[in-house]
Design a protein around this ligand. Structure first.
Ligand code: EPZ
Length: 418
């Protein structure tokens, strides 16, 4: 097991291109099941979750492999209709394979993805969407779906990202016209729509609350470039805010993290948003200010995935910041670790009050979820002394070489075997 040693007190200075988005490449890999020809994906991140998704595609009969940031999928041999329990448990978002699998084979058999570090992760909206397209869903020691999806109206009770994506993929592979109402508006859904339409699908409305799919169109193979990861960008900017200095990031659309940039601007950072890059600068001798209440919400609200990294940066600031986590039950598991570093944070249910302290100090801390791990790394770079961060398997799910990225920004970080 490896651990990360992070030495605080060194302002960051540098520029890098943000790698491809985990939450875009995962649904797009599932969508490859709908293609009738080979697919080539570029700007793909090298992450453990991507490795799991490639394993699922291979288990279903596809050829799928990654070389560097390029992935090739040849779905011509796909024949399976079941995803094993160990694969479902190793990555909760495997549920995204349900829709395309059902549309391709007329049946799909999966186990429950199970909860994760963020608390229960229900899939009722996914199953309701499948039912709304005329397919039979039974839940008997797992999830069993039968039937060929046909057009329908999918009313999502919540703008769920995964349920929106599952409904899109099921509808693209089915027949008739499907309307998805109260769809999630995250940018990754726009990427999925662009990918599908590039293969010959007819999907409209991604980014709005209503998405319309004309099914029954055969999908060819093709090539696609995955968008940059806005949450990785938010994490690196949080590290810059915590340590001070100047961080410039390319390959991500600043509009996709406008709420995060606004918080750091209000906390006293200089933020520059250009088409080609986004930049954050903070004088290390001028402390951050507390920010107005941060309430997580579906896009275009403040992203729940950026809550932990931004909190980590604001833990050392002048003033208080109130956080309200509206999306998940258990998304404050980084708080006790930040407190071990000297933070003054009180949580009550979904509310966290951060009373800024002058400076955090190094400590032995452990990541217990993906973005909480990124947050602890960001906090460590602004802290006094050295932090030893374990639980790196969580971080490796969503950050490709976090220590290398931080090193390229001038941080004193290294990963060693414990
Ligand atoms: C996606 O998860 C992301 N994962 C998450 O990122 C992200 O935190 C989340 O969207 C919210 O933005 C991927 O894209 C792979 P949801 P997803 O369905 O689709 C409830 C990360 O760090 N809900 O939008 O699972 C659910 O409990 C990960 O990269 C139901 O009630 O999220 C939650 O409260 C973590 N029933 C809310 O909706 C359902 O059937 C939003 O969840 C589905 C969801």
């Amino acid at each position: 097991m490896s651990v990360m040693y992070l030495r605080g007190g060194v302002p960051l200075e540098g520029e890098l291109a943000v790698h491809g988005a985990k939450n875009s490449v995962l649904p797009i890999l599932a969508a490859c099941l709908l293609a009738r020809g080979p697919v080539k994906l570029t700007n793909c991140p090298r992450l453990t979750d991507v490795t799991v998704a490639l394993g699922i595609l291979r288990r279903l009969g596809c050829q799928a492999w990654q070389e560097g940031s390029t992935i090739w999928v040849d779905p011509s041999g796909a024949a399976g209709s079941a995803i094993s329990e160990d694969q479902m448990r190793s990555m909760r978002s495997s549920i995204i394979f349900l829709g395309p699998l059902l549309a391709r084979t007329g049946e799909a058999h999966l186990t429950y993805p199970g909860g994760c570090e963020l608390g229960p992760r229900p899939i009722d909206l996914h199953l309701a969407a499948i039912r709304a397209m005329g397919c039979e869903v039974t839940e008997d020691r797992g999830i069993h779906c039968q039937g060929r999806p046909r057009g329908g109206e999918v009313q999502l009770a919540l703008p769920s990202v995964g349920a929106t994506e599952n409904a899109m993929l099921c509808a693209v592979g089915g027949t008739g016209t499907t309307t998805i109402v109260n769809a999630a508006r995250e940018p990754e859904i726009g990427d999925l729509q662009s990918f599908l339409n590039g293969l010959g699908a007819s999907v409209r409305g991604a980014g709005s609350s209503t998405i319309t799919v004309e099914g029954g169109r055969p999908l060819s193979g093709g090539e696609f470039h995955i968008m940059g990861d806005r949450i990785v960008a938010a994490t690196l900017l949080s590290a810059g805010a915590a340590a001070g200095g100047r961080v410039r990031l390319r390959g991500v659309d600043w509009r996709h993290l406008a709420t995060v940039l606004s918080v750091f601007h209000q906390a006293g950072c200089r933020v520059e948003s250009r088409l080609e890059y986004v930049e954050l600068e903070r004088d290390r001798w001028v402390p951050l200010r507390g920010a107005p209440t941060i309430r997580t919400a579906p896009y275009p609200g403040f992203p729940t995935d950026a809550q932990a990294p931004v909190m980590a940066a604001l833990a050392a600031s002048q003033g208080c910041t109130l956080f309200v986590e509206t999306m998940f039950d258990s998304r404050y598991r980084h708080v006790p670790e930040l407190i071990r570093m000297g933070a003054d944070i009180t949580t009550e249910g979904r509310v966290a009050l951060v009373r800024g302290v002058e400076r955090l100090h190094g400590a032995r801390v452990e990541a217990s979820d993906l973005r909480g791990g990124g947050a602890l790394a960001a906090a460590a770079l602004g802290a006094e002394g050295t932090t030893v961060l374990s639980g790196l398997h969580h971080i490796d799910r969503g950050y490709e070489g976090l220590e290398e990225m931080l090193q390229r920004l001038g941080a004193n970080v290294e990963r060693r075997e414990a």
